[in-house]
Design a protein around this ligand. Sequence first.
Ligand code: XLS
Ligand code: NI
Ligand code: NI
Length: 442
Amino acid sequence: MQVLLGEKEYFKGISQVKYEGPESDNPLAFRWYDENKVVAGKTLKEHFRFACAYWHSFVNEGSDPFGPGTHIFDWNQKSDAVARAKDKMDAAFEFITKMNLPFYCFHDVDVVDYTTDVADNEKRLQALVEYAKQKQKDSGVKLLWGTANVFSNPRYMNGASTNPEFHVLAHAAAQVKAAIDATIELGGDGYVFWGGREGYMTLLNTNMKREKEHLARFLHAAKDYARKNGFKGIFLIEPKPMEPTKHQYDYDCETVIGFLRQWDLLNDFKINIEVNHATLAGHTFQHELQVAADAGVLGSLDANRGDYQNGWDTDQFPNNINELTEAMLILLEAGGLQGGGINFDAKIRRSSVDPTDLFYAHVGGMDTFARALITADNILNKSDFKQFRKERYASFDNDKGKAFEEGKLSLDDLRNYAIEAGEPAMKSGRQEYLENIVNRYI
Ligand code: XLS
Ligand code: NI
Ligand code: NI
């Protein structure tokens, strides 16, 4: 990939990050992410389809509830919104190509600032879509997914498609329509719905049943519109249990799968799993991956990590090799992602104020995923990990166990077998042994 600069170079003194191997001491090089390395039949580039998140990297200036932003962006200076947005896009494509990231993701309002004028917003977004099209063409970078931010504007304080006011729902629809148009125009592989405020703060003022019905109607309308206009990609729901609302309708994978099934959306929608959302829901990332994989809806991933002491979405860059290795075992056994990729929905800390910090963060994230995948592949091929798990269920592979799996045994039959076979022997689950295998291959 060629580095793509705009009129001005924003990340001066940083050249393209390259693979140098595990022995390199260059902090701006990959030790594990060799994009051409083939693992389990695919290159690392094809496995991951890494994407840069526009919002965290080029929009969020690092403010928190206690103080303003600390990241001063050179691309945020011009007074005209479209000109400012083009500068930001120049910076984005410079970063993305220097980082050798094959994809990016955005919300409508990350790309260009919106006002309350629907038609003018559509025009602004269209201007930037034209600009992005050229950038994509010149660099080869592609859009992984697009989405609409229907949670930040104050009008969405009580929800977007689940707002008690129909008028607000219509504004959310206008935004989603324009964001779908942009995604189609840019050849995006997916379109994401994260229901930030699709939930409630208190049941005292909420008709939950009606709100969920509205959410389903809204998703059908969006899907029908996109399909009618030629969108062939995947729709993705991104579960999160809470924050900003007390209780969100897309709580976790199981909840979303039940919802999609109830409203006949399973053919078009898959799931975008975010690590920190999984842990907020009281699950591990691995759990959520397995649930989605088993239901055939493992679409895409938002990579980040939470903090074990804080109960909120800290969106730190991924760097936990043990957890990611366990996650990659599931990903490999599931045969990979269905149409999505790995989007770094993560932000550098407020005090990481140097432009290089954004590079270190992505280098670490990409390298940790690469190392985890290579390790997981070794575990699957060189250790008795798979064999152990197979043997653990061997009693269902023949005779009565098999007959049970095939639905051929009644409760009476089972009771009779219990008497015939006597008290079962105790068999070890071997957890410590398996944990040691993971560490051995890291
Ligand atoms: C916020 C979400 C958001 C989605 C896209 O917690 O992760 O960034 O990924 O709207
Ligand atoms: Ni996310
Ligand atoms: Ni998040």
